[in-house]
Design a protein around this ligand. Structure first.
Ligand code: SF4
Length: 336
């Protein structure tokens, strides 16, 4: 299957008075046409910054330092601002956690859609607009009368669906959903995720779902990428990765999931992610890793294939390193 998106060695930095913060530091991945890809990681791992970079919405003091973002073969980073504006919604659209707050509470949904489409060069007659809007609302499970309502008359879940309808209005080939359900209660979360899946299947668009909820990822995505401290540390088919995580950080994420069968105490990850302005050298995960070796402290691991379609950045997958390295367990050794 062809790739709709290829992100190559992407680096997004923020210039701060104290240091250059490397929010995304050399990330490479691709998304196939119509694929559901999950991007998972703790807060500050860089996953939302990747989304902003794809949309070309990184604002100062942030900047895209280097890399390539190829959408359908076209490098978005070389487009003019005007060309990029035309690609948004047409080719790539984003739904965020706060998307529903972007609706103007005192303007009817229909008018907001018409204004939005007009700003993308789509001018429809009243009748055409009515039909288009009814179709879009139906796709996200809303009745046509929602078009005549004000946002303040809608629940959070309904508003999020309206935003989803807007995101798909020009049938983009890629939809980025950045924690689209975090502000909603669990039942509504499930409904919104079902809607997103339905829309994805109807349109055949690829979706990048960004979040930290492993359960949600397992249900939605066919492939996942795990981010840690600005780097992609593991990537692979969702079932394969959940059954056999190969990076110690992914393993910790799995172990921290509650289980109905096992009644043992939950295992939490030791420590917390490093400050973005002061990342450890060598492997960025080494201060928290239960398998840390002397080699990990100075040398950054190569991102390599560890199983068919599964990749990880960890020295444990380099037999030569493992044969010579000295284990530094417990973890505290690594902090010396
Ligand atoms: Fe742990 Fe070393 Fe692998 Fe990093 S490279 S995850 S420190 S074993």
């Amino acid at each position: 299957m062809n790739s709709i998106l290829q992100v190559n060695d992407l680096r997004v930095y923020f210039d701060t008075p104290r240091a250059i913060v490397k929010a995304v530091d050399g990330v490479t991945f691709d998304i196939k046409t119509g694929e559901r890809f999950g991007l998972i990681g703790e807060s500050g791992s860089g996953k939302s910054t990747i989304a902003l970079a794809i949309m070309r919405l990184v604002r100062a003091p942030g900047r895209i330092e280097s890399g390539e973002i190829l959408l359908d073969g076209e490098n978005l980073l070389t487009l003019s601002d005007q060309e990029m504006r035309r690609r948004r919604l047409n080719k790539v659209a984003m739904v965020t956690q706060g998307a529903m707050n972007s609706l103007n509470p005192v303007i009817r949904i229909r008018k907001q859609f018409a204004d939005g489409l007009e700003s993308h060069g789509v001018n429809l007659s009243n009748e055409e607009m009515g039909e288009r809007l009814a179709d879009l609302l139906a796709r996200v499970g809303l009745k046509p009368n929602v078009a005549n309502m004000y946002p303040h008359e809608l629940s959070g879940g309904m508003k999020q669906r309206v935003c989803m309808a807007f995101a798909i209005s020009l049938r983009p080939s890629l939809i980025i959903a950045d924690e689209p359900t975090s502000a909603l209660d669990v039942v509504v979360q499930r409904q919104v995720m079902q809607t997103l899946r339905q829309v994805q299947e109807d349109l055949g668009s690829a979706v990048i779902l960004i979040g930290h909820d492993m359960g949600l990822m397992a249900q939605f995505a066919s492939r996942v990428g795990v981010m840690y401290a600005g780097k992609m540390v593991e990537e692979g088919p969702v079932r394969q990765m959940f059954n056999r995580p190969e990076h110690p950080y992914t393993r910790l994420l799995m172990e921290s999931l509650p289980s109905l069968e096992e009644k043992e105490a939950l295992v939490g990850g030791k420590g917390s992610p490093p400050s973005a302005a002061d990342r450890p050298r060598g492997c960025v995960f080494h201060p928290r890793c239960p398998y840390v070796m002397d080699h990990c402290i100075d040398v950054e691991p190569v991102y390599r294939q560890v199983h068919p379609n599964q990749f990880a950045a960890c020295h444990l997958h380099d037999p030569e390193v493992v044969s010579k390295a000295v284990a530094l367990s417990p973890v505290e050794e690594a902090r010396k």
